[in-house]
Design a protein around this ligand. Structure first.
Ligand code: APR
Length: 229
């Protein structure tokens, strides 16, 4: 079995979905305007502060019953579930799905913006918003996949393999708008897997799914997976 999850998985933990309207200071921006390399290069401080805001929000929440049900199933039926997530919040991992395939990276880690040189040493970073290399000024950036960037090759290959070999794919809490992640559902369907969408709202993948469960993930997954949580 494969599970492809999106921001809706974390909605009941209190993490706004990617296309939820931004709030507070960030209400004037759309996420798509901030989550790009160009936006970061144009105003590193603004984009960095937006990620710091999201990191603080994530640090204050807990995985929900949906995250825990998937982690329980993965442990109870070892090797039977491949969890692929578009989420960068680390909540699947905190719930116990340590082997979750993180297609869009992790908001909890940083990496160098430009190719690191010998002087770019993570032990010698100059604090700031964003932090930088004190020698060459190379900036640190969140280790997430920004719009227009390629997904991590190994993660995408592992996710594609799971889609090609599964007999059932649960597509949970995602609008199915963003490729190549959403394309994994089509890969599964084409090779004969049963595709089930779990989402309280309509999604771009409803048409191609065998079944749409109009339920919230935290409500539906514990009973669907037989998870005691
Ligand atoms: N349970 C299940 N689904 C839910 C819940 C819930 N409790 N609450 C909301 N949803 C659904 C919404 O109906 C919506 O379809 O979650 C989905 C969230 O959609 P998006 O905000 O588009 O998030 P996602 O599909 O994960 O976005 C994909 O696009 O912007 C990029 O990198 C970003 O990973 C993100 C990717």
């Amino acid at each position: 079995m494969a599970a492809l999850t999106g921001a809706g998985m974390s909605a009941e933990s209190g993490v706004p979905t990617f296309r939820d309207a931004q709030t507070g200071l960030w209400a004037q921006f759309r996420a798509e305007e901030l989550a790009t390399e160009a936006a970061f290069r144009a105003d590193p401080q603004r984009v960095w502060r937006w990620y710091q805001y999201r990191r603080e929000l994530i640090a204050a929440v807990e995985p929900n019953a949906g995250h825990r049900a998937l982690a329980w199933f993965g442990k109870r039926h070892s090797g039977r579930l491949t969890l692929v997530t578009q989420n960068v919040d680390g909540l699947h991992q905190r719930a116990g799905s340590g082997d979750a395939i993180a297609l869009h990276g992790s908001i909890l880690q940083d990496r160098w913006l430009d190719q690191p040189r010998a002087c770019c040493d993570v032990r010698n970073i100059e604090p700031g918003a964003p932090p930088r290399c004190p020698v060459c000024g190379n900036l640190r950036r969140p280790d997430v996949v920004w719009f227009g960037e390629a997904l991590p090759t190994r993660a995408l290959a592992a996710a594609d393999e799971a889609a090609r070999s599964c007999d059932l794919m649960l597509v949970i809490g995602t609008s199915g708008m963003v490729y190549p992640a959403a394309g994994l559902a089509h890969v599964a369907r084409r090779q004969g897997a049963l595709v089930v969408v779990i989402n309280p709202a309509e999604t771009e993948l409803d048409e191609m799914a065998h079944l749409c469960v109009r339920e919230r993930a935290a409500q539906c997954l514990p009973w669907l997976l037989g998870a005691s949580h």
